[in-house]
Design a protein around this ligand. Structure first.
Ligand code: NAD
Length: 506
């Protein structure tokens, strides 16, 4: 299980008879997709399912050569794709969106086997949203981008001014393991809609749905080189992509540690970056809150086995209701079903990989050593494998690792506060600033706390609701820039201001 990679650097075209990865009735190519063709590398890595550790198959692992090939293909395809304009690109991207929607069963099954996320959520919601991500941004470019391409006149200069959104070039998209398809398409959609060509690098542990996306792009007739997928290790092929001087944009979702490396490498070419990073978000419950609603949302933070950047992993409850809420939270946690994510009844599936499992368990043990009180869970689940008990701590020192650092596992912290000022102060006491979730029935209080917390996203009496035209991103170590709606186009475009003196044309 989880054997290492077989290393070599040569790269060759895929043999048609090559072994495909088979997940039930679905076949997935193990290879890169570059310039409209499947490209195989001699170096392979074994892709395992986190559900049971079984070997899904060997996948090609790219290096410098594959990264350069993909960037060169994307660069060559760029002028024609850019010249199509939003209307010309729309039919391709609508077709791609439709193909994704027709294949949600394949995508959901493959994603769950590859990354362990809940099959029910993937099948019923998440994969469909992947298709929506592609179509929505393509339509936005046609229908709504012109609103931002404003024209105005100034008498002082006797000139007409105009804002023009131009495609920027080759966009590199680097995705994490926890929601590979959803997060990948969320970046690929606006990048392509804005007229860029794309090289997508999925996380090494979860390459399979990106490979399917390449098939669908091919079927949708995207010209060769417009969309490419390169697989492999972040520090090798990801590094090579980031350092390539022909890259115009780097859009990254992952950890702050990786973002710092990418940022430093991108700086050498002054390549603009967009970073969506981790979080240690507060979920704040005031004593006037709808308690049932708050409890539903508190326990929801174990979703995807806690491998959710947005999760409200620090639960802060006002002192007067804290004992009751803690007791009821533990009762709820005890009802969670930890089991295979293929089962519709399962609430908590496995962690992604043994390395990550060891990190999560290590942080739990460290919290105990640091004096935190274990209220629930706290060890590998009796099912074995990569299953971990939903875990809850209290009495966590606000300077300790368990308070300040992202676990990215099913591990929550429970703490109390006296009043609004203390709630805000505790909410802001980490280096992260992705989300804040607030439960109160007092609108004025909701407004005050919203303004007080440092977070890119605030949910009041709800969690996770979002439309694609809202800005998404974090403050502090949780990110750089915003995605969604016009913010995606601001990033993926070269914005040009044109001033023309009036009366100078014949
Ligand atoms: P990671 O940073 O380890 O890896 C992310 C991606 O970066 C992978 O594809 C990896 O191969 C690649 N990579 C690694 N080193 C690289 C390098 N030197 N150059 C180029 N690419 C490199 O993150 P992960 O463990 O896959 O994902 C978990 C993290 O992602 C968590 O911190 C989580 O909070 C965050 N995340 C954030 C959001 C968001 O929208 N803010 C969404 C999901 C996940």
């Amino acid at each position: 299980m989880w054997a290492g990679a077989e290393r070599s650097s040569a790269c060759k075209r895929s043999d048609k008879s090559k072994k495909m990865i088979q997940i039930d009735e679905f076949s997935i190519s193990p290879d890169h997709y570059i310039n409209g063709e499947r490209i195989s590398s001699e170096e392979k890595m074994m892709d395992h399912s986190p559900i049971d550790g079984r070997e899904l198959g060997l996948v090609s692992v790219g290096g410098q050569k594959e990264a350069d090939m993909a960037i060169a293909a994307a660069k060559a395809a760029f002028p024609a794709w850019a010249a199509l304009g939003p209307e010309g690109r729309l039919p391709y991207l609508e077709k791609l969106g439709h193909i994704i929607e027709e294949n949600v069963d394949a995508l959901a099954k493959v994603e769950t086997n590859d990354n362990g996320s809940l099959y029910e959520a993937s099948l019923l919601r998440v994969m469909k949203r992947g298709g929506h991500n592609i179509e929505w941004f393509a339509k936005y470019a046609v229908d709504r981008l012109p609103e931002h391409a404003v024209e105005w006149e100034t008498a002082r200069h006797n000139a007409k001014h105009q804002v023009v959104y131009n495609p920027s070039g080759v966009a590199v998209v680097i995705a994490p393991f926890n929601a590979p398809f959803m997060l990948g398409t969320w970046k690929v959609g606006p990048a392509l809609a804005a007229g860029n060509t794309v090289v997508l690098k999925p996380a090494e542990w979860t390459p399979l749905t990106s490979s399917l996306l390449a098939d669908f792009a091919h079927e949708a007739g995207l010209p060769p080189g417009v969309f490419n997928v390169v697989q492999g290790y972040g520090e090798v092929v990801g590094d090579a992509l980031v350092k390539n001087p022909d890259v115009a944009r780097i859009s990254f979702t992952g950890s702050p540690e990786t973002a710092r490396i990418i940022g430093a490498n991108a700086a050498k070419n002054l390549t603009p970056v967009s970073f969506e990073l981790g979080g240690k978000s507060p979920l704040i419950v005031f004593d006037d809150a709808d308690k049932e609603l708050a409890l539903d949302n508190m326990v929801e933070q174990y979703d995807n086995c806690g491998q959710v950047c947005l999760a409200g992993t620090r639960i802060l409850v006002q002192e007067s209701i804290a004992d009751e809420m803690l007791e009821r939270m533990v009762e709820r946690a005890a009802t969670l079903k930890v089991d295979t994510p293929m089962d519709f009844e399962t609430d908590v599936g496995p962690l992604i990989h043994p390395e990550h499992f060891a990190k999560v368990d290590g942080m739990v043990q460290q919290a105990v050593a640091d004096g935190a009180t274990l209220v629930y869970g706290g060890k590998p689940h009796e099912k074995g494998g990569l299953f971990y008990e939903p875990t809850l701590f209290k009495d966590v020192d606000n300077g300790s690792q368990m308070w300040t650092d992202e676990v990215f596992g099913p591990v929550l912290v429970f703490d109390t506060f006296k009043d609004e000022a203390e709630a805000i102060s505790k909410a802001n006491s980490t280096e992260y600033g992705l989300a804040a979730i607030i439960f109160t029935q007092d609108e004025a209080r909701a407004e005050r706390v919203t303004h007080g917390v440092s977070a890119g996203l605030v949910w009041v009496n709800c969690f996770y609701v979002r439309d694609l035209d809202q800005p998404f991103g974090g403050t502090k170590n949780s990110g750089v820039g915003r995605e969604g709606g016009i913010w995606s186009f601001d990033f993926f475009s070269d914005i040009k201001n044109v001033s023309t003196r009036k009366g100078t044309f014949r």
